[in-house]
Design a protein around this ligand. Structure first.
Ligand SMILES: NC(=O)c1ccc[n+]([C@@H]2O[C@H](COP(=O)([O-])OP(=O)(O)OC[C@H]3O[C@@H](n4cnc5c(N)ncnc54)[C@H](O)[C@@H]3O)[C@@H](O)[C@H]2O)c1
Ligand SMILES: [Zn+2]
Length: 366
């Protein structure tokens, strides 16, 4: 078992990672149960695939289950309202803990509900998607999407514990696994060149389900995220902003494709990371060979690395402005693999001209 502490003073918590950990859920969650019961929130897909396994592992604790529809649509005011009502109907108190059993959608929604229910109750993350295991379950960002944009309403609210069982990924659809893998590779690209080397050697095995490889990738990712979050809990010093590598381009692509199934978040991030490296190379900041390596590796595991879209529209999204393309944009750029940095002063015209070149030959995930 790997234990990764997230050091945040009185808000500190542990991330436990082990294949088969779900079988010990009862023991691990016993301190959070009340009268032998615990409220579990999950989505219908996750519950169908892994609910029986969790219920077995929970014994003798009984699951008081609340199911939400799967998909990004559940990160909404409407779902938040029904979830809060359902939790209140179950008599949740401020000292209680709710278990979020699912991907990033369940984790973000439940975390936000916990942040505001009775002015804040506890919660435990039991992430079941690769993205949630390596990224969203750690760090305390919670929230929902509103008309103005994704994750625009939310709170920092840390879980009391994160239980990661990599075996949960056995039932995760392959495309979701690949998309989550983009966030794994991201940690190597941000600040750990040796881990990116490891990804190049082991990425395929990870996606194929090799248990040891999977555990190493998750633990390394969680350690990297925990260190960044501990150093910059509320994204004020610029350190946590590095986690946005590939995300400014990625969000623009997601917005331009209407947050639809055309591009999953991790797929958009893969394209965004390939772009961030290519743009850095073009600006003379990063060796062109590093940009090629990044693009080649992401493509080799089946992730998209380019997308054709209107460059001006993308730049407008990057500026969070529907019309303007002039001015400067903040981007995570890089001096090479493992050497990302925040640049607050990237020329929007330069980005537009770069995008008009790279967007011409789209490559899509298989
Ligand atoms: N809070 C953060 O710091 C943070 C960071 C990154 C992303 N996010 C958020 O995370 C969300 C994306 O998370 P996601 O990619 O996990 O999406 P998701 O929660 O929608 O899960 C993806 C799909 O896989 C299914 N699924 C999950 N686990 C499964 C399993 N073990 N077996 C079978 N099916 C399973 C889900 O039902 C869903 O259909 C986005 O809303 C994003 O904004 C949050
Ligand atoms: Zn992301």
């Amino acid at each position: 078992m790997r234990r990764v502490p997230v050091a945040l003073g009185e808000r500190s918590y542990d991330v436990l990672i082990a294949p088969g950990l779900i079988a010990e859920a009862g023991e691990r969650l016993a301190p959070f149960a009340r009268n032998g019961r615990i409220v579990i929130v999950s989505d219908e897909n996750v519950w169908k695939a892994q609910g029986a396994t969790l219920e077995r592992g929970l014994r003798p604790i009984a699951a008081d289950l609340i199911l939400i529809p799967p998909g990004e649509g559940s990160k909404s005011w409407a779902s938040l309202g029904s979830l809060l009502d359902a939790l209140l109907a179950r008599g949740i108190e401020r000292g209680d803990h709710i278990v979020a059993f699912g991907g990033g959608v369940v984790g973000d929604l439940v975390g936000f509900a916990a942040a505001i229910l009775k002015r804040g109750c506890g919660f435990v993350q039991v992430p079941t998607s690769l993205l949630a295991q390596v990224d969203s379950s750690v760090g305390g960002k919670t929230g929902i999407n509103v008309a103005a944009g994704k994750n625009m309403v939310g709170a920092f609210h840390h879980p009391a514990l994160v239980l990661i069982d990599p075996d949960m990924l056995d039932t995760l659809p392959e495309r979701e696994r690949r998309a989550g893998y983009a966030e794994v590779a991201k940690y190597g690209l941000i600040g750990d060149a040796a881990f990116f080397d490891w990804c190049e050697a082991n990425g395929r095995a990870l996606l194929a389900g090799d248990s040891q490889v999977r555990q190493h990738a998750i633990a390394t990712s969680v350690e990297a995220k925990a260190a960044i979050v501990a150093a910059d809990e509320r994204e004020t010093s610029g350190r946590r902003a590095l986690l946005n590598l590939g995300h400014t381009f990625g969000h623009a692509l997601e917005a331009e494709t209407g947050f639809s199934d055309l591009l999953l978040h991790g797929e958009a991030v893969a394209i965004g990371m390939a772009y961030a490296f290519q743009l850095s190379a073009r600006l003379g900041l990063c060796p062109p060979g590093d940009a090629e390596r990044v693009r080649d590796h992401l493509a080799a595991v089946g992730l998209p690395v380019a997308w054709s879209a209107d460059p001006d529209a993308l730049v407008a999204h990057m500026r969070h402005d529907k019309k303007a393309t002039a001015g400067r944009i903040t981007l995570i750029l890089t001096r090479g693999i493992g050497q990302a940095f925040v640049d607050h002063n990237v020329d929007a015209e330069e980005i537009a001209s770069f995008l008009s070149e790279v967007g011409e030959q789209p490559t899509h995930a298989a």
